[in-house]
Design a protein around this ligand. Structure first.
Ligand code: SF4
Ligand code: SF4
Length: 484
């Protein structure tokens, strides 16, 4: 099966239960943001800019669990900020599991290996040695790590429950690491503004697969995204036996850009990933859905490919964070509410989305994001004959085979920092070259018509901040080179 049977059954029964009860609006996935602190500062991340990233501003564990209980979504995506910084992340995962939910830990992967080493230490016995050997052989842990793991539980006498009350994040079919992957190495590291992050993501994914975790990835496509790079990224991730991928078009509403359209008469295409452009980018989504394990219904995929219309059902993927229930959706903030039911009742949902090609709110005009429209495909909004069958066939169909791994594929993936061609290396080379400034870190991208920027931010994704990044790097260059 494409997805684990137990998971598919759980989600299907949730929908059927509410359909039979004729519940008008209900939650499918809770986007839970226990904190907005992050160890990275990705270009275009709305979360670390919109909210406080102070570590004191966190949702207490009990409130996180109560939010999940209240909306009763069968799936919870723990995002942020970086959720692995949340001091009670293990307790949160354990608590959500006790509630019987499917969990996605939406992470930039920088602390994943640390959390998996904690797990190994907690379960260590000689039976773990073959796995340790594999991890050592692939240099996914160091000799020192292995020793620490062994010493933490050398005689197998102390078990997790005895050593400390602190749980660990264990592999289970009910949980996915959901790793942000922004493209191949050069692009990813550029977007997250740090070299080596892509390499860490891949090493964490490899380690997770060896230990039996389920791993998904999460990618957002923007105006500049090169479709071929996305396909190469899927091939590479599939060769690592990643279990599923979320892919969604970026949301690029920005008041300043909109103002330029209305006031200065500029074309929206100059700034936005318009619906038309999204449909072009996603023209092959149905083929990708056949070749790779893409999450999301085929109905949503048809919507992305421009084969049909859907109506936004943002209430089905609610977001809960330090300020409460965020309305109307993960992307836009018109208010926060204390309760999910209160939000459902007080928000005028008819003000949002695009219906029959007409945007009810200008900010929704170009939005086709998965958190607004993927549930629409599952819930039968704009139902067309045969949709249910399509969804069933997709979910219960055979899982696509992993793409064959090859040195050539890996070479295409590691096209930046690993081979000494990271964006900072390029910047330094440009600075040190006699023609400094003639070809900067980003000029390669600027010269090409098809720039490659793919971002999977767990926050909102306004790419206008990419301009800030370019300016920032140029300033660094000026400082390093000195006044002209
Ligand atoms: S259409 Fe998009 S931006 Fe508008 S409410 Fe729905 S999810 Fe939010
Ligand atoms: S996109 Fe995610 S990883 Fe990047 S800065 Fe924002 S919260 Fe952190």
């Amino acid at each position: 099966m494409r997805f684990p049977f137990a998971l598919t059954k759980k989600i299907a029964s949730h929908i059927i239960k509410h359909k039979l009860r004729k519940t008008p609006k209900f939650a499918m996935v809770l986007q839970l943001e226990p904190l907005h602190t992050c160890n990275l500062t990705c270009t275009g991340c709305g979360r670390i800019r919109e909210y406080s990233t102070n570590l004191k501003d966190m949702v207490p564990l009990e409130k996180c669990l109560a939010a999940a209980m209240e909306c009763d979504a069968p799936m919870v995506s723990i995002c942020g900020g970086e959720p692995l910084i949340y001091p009670k992340i293990e307790e949160l995962v354990a608590g959500l599991r006790e509630q019987g939910r499917v969990i996605y830990i939406c992470t930039n992967a920088m602390f994943m290996r640390k959390k998996m080493k904690d797990y190994l230490a907690a379960i260590y016995s000689p039976a773990v040695e073959p796995k340790l050997k594999k991890l050592l052989d692939q240099k996914l842990i160091s000799d020192k790590d292995a020793e620490t793991i062994r010493n933490s539980n050398r005689r197998g006498e102390l078990r997790e429950s005895q050593t400390s009350k602190k749980p660990v994040i264990r592999p289970t079919k009910w949980m996915y690491w959901n790793v942000h992957v922004d493209g191949l190495e050069f692009t990813h590291d550029l977007i997250v503004e740090r070299e080596g992050v892509f390499k860490e993501c891949i090493e964490a994914i490899k380690m997770a697969k060896i230990l039996g975790y389920q791993v998904a990835t999460n990618t957002t496509v923007y105006k500049e995204t090169d479709v071929q790079e996305i396909e190469d990224m899927f091939k590479f991730l599939s060769s690592l036996e990643v279990d599923g991928h979320t892919i969604s078009p970026g949301y690029e509403y920005d008041a300043a850009k909109k103002d330029m359209v209305t006031r200065l008469g500029k074309q929206p295409e100059d700034f936005f990933l318009t619906r038309k452009m999204t449909r072009q980018k996603f023209a092959k989504i149905l083929d990708w859905g056949r070749a790779f394990t893409i999450f999301g219904t085929p109905v949503y995929q048809e919507f992305l490919a421009g084969k049909r219309e859907l109506t936004c059902t943002a209430w089905a993927i609610p977001t809960y964070n330090i300020k409460g229930w965020k309305a109307p959706c993960y992307l836009m903030t018109d208010g926060h509410y204390d309760g999910y039911r209160e939000m459902l009742a007080k928000v005028d949902w008819n003000k949002y989305g695009v219906v029959d090609g007409v945007a009810r709110d200008p900010r929704c005009e170009n939005c086709m994001v998965h958190c607004g429209y993927d549930p629409s495909g599952a819930l039968g909004t704009n139902y067309q004959s045969g949709d249910n069958w399509k969804n069933i066939k997709y979910n219960f169909g055979a899982k696509p085979r992993p793409f064959p791994s090859s040195p050539e594929l890996a070479q295409r993936a590691f096209n930046g920092f690993t081979i000494g061609k990271g964006h900072l290396a390029e910047a330094k080379a440009a600075i040190n070259s006699p023609a400094a400034g003639a070809r900067g870190a980003f000029s390669r991208k600027e010269e090409e018509h098809h720039e490659t920027h793919v971002s999977t931010v767990c926050g909102t994704s306004d790419t206008s901040q990419r301009d800030d990044l370019l300016a920032k790097i140029k300033n660094v260059k000026k400082i390093e080179v000195g006044p002209e």
